[in-house]
Design a protein around this ligand. Structure first.
Ligand SMILES: Cc1ncc(COP(=O)(O)O)c(C=O)c1O
Length: 376
């Protein structure tokens, strides 16, 4: 009934790369464009159209996208930027890189996205921007954040397909930042995209992401910029991945439906909430493990799943508890919801590269582990 252990290790999020990507890379290499060129321009055009934004600017990573967006908005020393602790550290790191101070607002119990009431409580005259994260693909609640009247930079690393109240994420805030990292819904290996409707933000990002030589050997620069432009080789992979978004979404939906049905039967293992008013990108399937009801801690579950040959991950440990942030900001107030969640969350394998059989294996392993810990 509970089946047997896999003989090979199931990766947590393998990339779904096929012959199309391989051919596109070969063609790009043959074209002679190794750096930013026509494929990057095409990706920017497609991305802007897909999310419904006036501008899309491709950069080297999601981290660079967030950094360039904050720089473009003029965030700098003396400013505060409010963000969530339940995110990849890059979201907070880029605030530090600008010279501003990250201020962490606690998250909501339901979906672990930033709590707008906490954000409102933390706004000061120094607050220069708010950076919510759409965790796992569930949009953060943007209306009450926009109502605060400050620029919002969305971290949409998990949210290429997401919609907030019927509107696609990407053309809604001052800037929206996507990641094209190897595990993401549009996976180029590395890369990022900033989308915006604001001409000034787009121009400032463009000025900072690459130093151009122009047409002659005489040149001048208006700002001491960075080097964060995307290469055509990676853009060509991202373009293929965009073609596959719809098909990959169907696969993700089947995987998530199988997980939903399975965890509904496992006491103490509960998925994060998905708001039916929004479209969830289904980038991650995150569960919370209540040690009392589930018979063991998250860490014990993660180890037991690894023994079952099933790769899992954690999205995310609270950033303000990591060494760099504890050292730099020792008076950080406790954030009880995020801190408890950080001990309980576990992400199960989810990729369009997984077969239904792979997901069945992950579910069977989770059932066995649960039965072992609960004695049921
Ligand atoms: C929520 C979040 N923000 C930002 C990033 C940074 O993106 P990148 O790895 O492309 O720099 C990631 C992931 O990798 C992420 O998961």
């Amino acid at each position: 009934m509970l089946g047997t252990r896999r003989t090979t290790f199931l990766s947590f999020q393998p990339p779904a790369i096929g012959d199309e990507e391989i051919e596109a890379v070969t063609e790009t290499l043959r074209s002679g464009w190794l750096t930013t060129g026509p494929r990057t321009a095409e990706l920017e055009r497609r991305f802007a159209e897909y999310v419904g934004a006036k501008h899309a600017l491709a950069v080297t990573s999601g981290t660079a996208a967030l950094h360039m967006a904050l720089v473009a908005l003029g965030v700098g020393p003396g400013d505060e930027v409010i963000t969530t602790p339940i995110t990849w550290p890059a979201t907070a790191n880029v605030i530090v890189h600008t010279g501003a101070t990250p201020v962490f607002a606690d998250v909501r119990e339901s979906d672990l996205n930033i709590d707008p009431d906490e954000v409102a409580r933390l706004v000061t005259p120094r607050t220069r921007a708010i950076v919510p994260v759409h965790l796992a693909g569930q949009p953060a609640d943007l209306d009450p954040l926009w109502a605060l009247g400050l620029p919002v930079v969305e971290d949409a690393a998990h949210a290429v397909e997401s919609e907030y109240r019927g509107r696609k994420i990407g053309g809604l805030s001052a800037a929206t930042c996507f990641s094209l990292y190897a595990t993401k819904n549009v996976a180029a290996g590395e890369g990022g995209v900033i989308t915006t409707n604001d001409d000034d933000v787009a121009r400032a990002v463009d000025d900072h992401r690459i130093m151009r030589r122009g047409h002659g050997s005489l040149y001048d620069i208006a700002v001491p910029g960075y080097k964060a432009n995307l290469s055509d080789v990676l853009a060509s992979i991202a373009l293929c991945q965009m073609d596959k978004l719809e098909h990959h979404r169907e696969v993700r939906m089947r995987h998530v439906a199988a997980y939903d049905a399975a965890v509904a039967e496992l006491d103490g293992i509960d998925p994060l909430a998905r708001d039916p008013r929004d479209l969830h990108a289904l980038h991650l399937f995150v569960v919370r493990i209540d040690a009392e009801r589930a018979g063991a801690t998250r860490d014990e579950y993660q180890r037991a799943m690894a023994d079952e040959q099933i790769g899992t991950s954690i999205h995310f440990l609270p950033v303000h508890r990591l060494t760099a942030y504890r050292d730099r900001y020792p008076d950080q107030p406790p954030l009880p919801v995020a801190e408890r969640a950080g001990d309980e969350i576990l992400s199960l394998p989810l990729s369009p590269a997984h077969s239904p059989g792979d997901i069945d294996d992950a579910i069977a392993a989770l059932r066995r582990v649960h039965a072992g810990f609960t004695g049921s």
